[in-house]
Design a protein around this ligand. Sequence first.
Ligand code: GLU
Length: 384
Amino acid sequence: MIFSKRIQKMAPSSTLSLVELANKFREKGYNIISMAVGEPDFTTPSSVIEAAYEAMKNGKTHYTPPTGISELREAIAEKYRVENGVNVDANNVIVTPAKLGIFMAVSTFIDPGDEVLIPDPGWVSYREMVNFARGKPVGIRLVEEKHFTMDIDDLVSKINFKTKVLIINSPSNPTGSILTYEDLKAIRDVVVDFDLILISDEIYEKIIYEGEHISPGVFEDLLNYTVIINGFSKSHAMTGWRIGYLIAPHSFIPQLEKMQQHTISCAPSMAQYAALQALKEKEAVHKMVEEFRMRRNFVYEELSKIEGLHVKRPKGTFYIFPRYDFDLPSKVFAEELMIKKQVAITPGSAFGPHGEGYFRLSFATSMENLKEGIKRLREFIEEL
Ligand code: GLU
């Protein structure tokens, strides 16, 4: 076989594959309603587009330093100091697409056989990135009864001498849960006591309806163990720009920077100038979140009325993660829904073994689509 064992073992991304599948069906003329993709259906704020255009016209079309332009690194550090209460400076920041940032962090800390604790259910790519680095992903259960927060007893019971990294994601994809100060305090104790590295994926930070986002970086001691990942894709509807950042202790930066140098060289220059403007753009973000909030309320209420579904109201993100009563693997549930009703959702099992029996519905699509999609979903369930 010409392909490496590592790439053969890698599963395709269910979230992205489903989008492709829905598009293929659409091209064939099917009236597909997709509630699968985790991508805002808004256009990037015009001030951000203008900033990129201006930058390009001014010749900002070249490589930048691998860690990013200094103005942006400073602005990101300032954002974390002022908005999040995290004591960092520009030298803690590497500008990079958020997904690549996670990949870089995993690759920087994992040797073959090292164990990485990941949320289960959790975003589809954590598992594959860890596998690719030849680490071993170990799922930590998010407990539905505790509003899908991490079970600390389960967390502690999974730690052994091979455990190296813990990944957390709040607000959480796919459950929409958020970690409270108390949750983070418990996580802090575990990370510091067991000398782990914490990767905190905060990409949904701005999309919150109840409670507040707290970065683990607020704990001064924990900050020395933590790589924060964030970006503009979800908050500013900038998925196509591939722009985000990581924040890490100064001593981690040279190692992480090597990864950046040998992969992407630097984040796209024009996207960096766009991001600089995005950090100033508060109004557009607020508007989008209010629209998501309306949709969340609608989706939650409608799904709660469907017999056989059990729904928790998400506190953040644009996902809802219902459990269903039917004796059907979630992959089959999703496939049948697509075949019979042309509705795309993501099967819960894509997010880990504890996601079985659930599905993820993304409400990052218009109210019109949501109404029609949920109507079809209800019909599908009634016919089961
Ligand atoms: N994170 C989004 C999702 O879960 C976008 C696709 C991806 O990166 O997986 O749908």
